[in-house]
Write a protein that binds this ligand. Structure first.
Ligand SMILES: [Zn+2]
Ligand SMILES: [Zn+2]
Length: 196
């Protein structure tokens, strides 16, 4: 949806604070600290985010009626301050992830998974901002992100729904990168049927 300038940039402040806050709480409260397990759960959360990012963009922002119209405002004017308000994404991570996960696996496991999810979201917000607001030259590592997201906006067929990674587009056959469909193993082609 259309946001004010401070509303648009709020994620860049809110999410580093939430991530560090949760990390500090975990460090202060944990009776035994297992860095390897913590890192593994963070990575799991991060990987899960990339999948949610793909599903949310492809099926929610491009198909669910009212949300589709809001996302269309971004497609119509990619450099406008259009995005998800921080309170809405915060609800998604707190009520939608941390709370239910804490009930199921306990807070000490739910917290690193949620940190990973929020880190993934922060990466998504930063990469998406860069692709639309920064001038990026072809020798920059960010050029690849900008180029493939530009294809999502301007190609005639829908695709490249992933912003932080093209992995799920490759898996579900929506990558718009040259030759990607021919390179895909049979298993990936099979998965397409479930995600049409
Ligand atoms: Zn889109
Ligand atoms: Zn965009």
């Amino acid at each position: 949806m259309q946001l004010s300038k401070p509303g648009y940039y709020a994620d860049f402040v809110v999410y580093p604070l939430l991530i560090f806050g949760l990390l500090a709480y975990q460090l202060a409260e944990a009776r035994t600290w297992r860095p390897f397990g913590f890192l593994l759960l963070c990575l799991l959360g991060f990987a899960a985010w990339t999948f949610f990012e793909y599903l949310l963009h492809r099926y929610v922002l491009h198909r669910v009626p009212i949300l589709h119209d809001m996302h269309e405002a971004h497609h119509a004017d990619p450099s406008a301050f259009v995005g998800t308000p921080s309170w809405a994404s915060f609800l998604m991570f707190s009520v939608g992830a941390l709370l239910p996960l804490s009930f199921i696996i306990g807070f000490s496991y739910a917290s690193p998974v949620t940190i990973g999810l929020m880190l993934g979201y922060l990466c998504y917000v930063v990469v998406h901002h860069v692709t639309h607001h920064w001038r990026v030259t072809p020798d920059s590592p960010l050029y690849r992100f900008k180029h493939r997201h530009a294809r999502h906006h301007y190609a005639k067929i829908p695709g490249n729904f992933g912003v932080t990674t093209l992995f799920w587009d490759e898996v579900f056959g929506t990558s718009l990168e040259a030759g990607s469909r021919d390179r895909r193993p049979n298993l990936m082609r099979g998965l397409d049927r479930f995600f049409k």
